[in-house]
Design a protein around this ligand. Sequence first.
Ligand SMILES: Nc1nc2c(ncn2[C@@H]2O[C@H](COP(=O)(O)OP(=O)(O)O)[C@@H](O)[C@H]2O)c(=O)[nH]1
Ligand SMILES: [Mg+2]
Length: 354
Amino acid sequence: MTDQTPEFPEPQQRPEAPPAPAQQQNQQRRPQQQRTQQHRDNQPQWPDLSVVIPLYNEEESLKELHAQLRAALSRMNIRYELLFIDDGSTDRSFQVLRDLKRTDKHIKIVRFRRNYGKSAALSVGFEKAQGNIVVTLDADLQDDPAEIPSLKKRIDDGLDLVSGWKKKRKDPISKTIPSRFFNFVTARLTGIRIHDFNCGLKAYRREVVKTVKVYGELHRYVPVLAHWEGFKVGEVVVQHRARRFGKSKYGIGRFWRGFLDLLTALFTTRYLRRPLHLFGVWGLVAVTAGVLIDGWLAIEWYLGRTSLSNRPLFLGGILLIIVGIQFISIGLLGEMISKTRAAETEYQIRDFIK
Ligand SMILES: Nc1nc2c(ncn2[C@@H]2O[C@H](COP(=O)(O)OP(=O)(O)O)[C@@H](O)[C@H]2O)c(=O)[nH]1
Ligand SMILES: [Mg+2]
């Protein structure tokens, strides 16, 4: 009996800039691009498309999700892999995935030791994905895998990142209204003309996922980060479905965190190299306000209309401004530190089944 042999030798780490294949070395020199292309064509194990599916306690949905993914992808006639990232689920999600893997060799499973959050899952998914195009998808059946071809088409047509737009959302109103507001503000502040930043269904050109660092809860802002790295970002309208099993993992708290993350995204992209533009403006506004208030008070006092000792409100106001500025500065300094540290962050992976 021999040991189990893998069906094809798979490189542990896909080289980003592959060397010229050996058999070409005596041949006439070709342009670098052509050689690279040929090298890629010689490596049939590298998929055209990777689907990254972050999930947390979705045991009821996984089987059907897999069936739908398989149906959609087999129609496309491409090489693909399905990369499930189980983020420390406490239900039977991992067992369900392992059973599915026995029936489908496209499946790969990463399992975290504990729950790290969606950004961590996406970050690891992006790192492991081998496809030329990477698609992300929610695991709760709210996103329709049948949309993958239309996303892929936009990438083939030249976009680097395509975000789904859930134009008709099948969610409770408590979610859709804050979400509208959030998307409006984000689009305004970042200058990116898309309607739905937080759609789980997105497609990326390989370079994007290997460049953009998703950490903290920045997964909502991948389009923002990508845009600031110079990638072309667009959107396509997708169908959305109501949640059938389980319940949403996020409450109203995400909108507050979402806005803090927006601040981070703006700061680390737009202002990272010129923090004075951000702090300076606020500083000037605060100083101007302080001078106006004090000037006005001084005139009132000079004319004998008021006594400065009985206007505590102004002291309170000034105090609030100072404290507010300090809070913002400390928060943003922390973000700068965490941004530089993001590259070193290691997640504890429990299993990685290829
Ligand atoms: N990796 C990971 N995925 C999560 C987490 N929370 C939710 N998800 C997944 O993210 C997707 C969207 O979550 P969901 O709760 O449906 O959010 P909603 O659709 O915006 O209400 C689903 O596939 C979830 O399984 C988490 O903590 N970690
Ligand atoms: Mg959902």
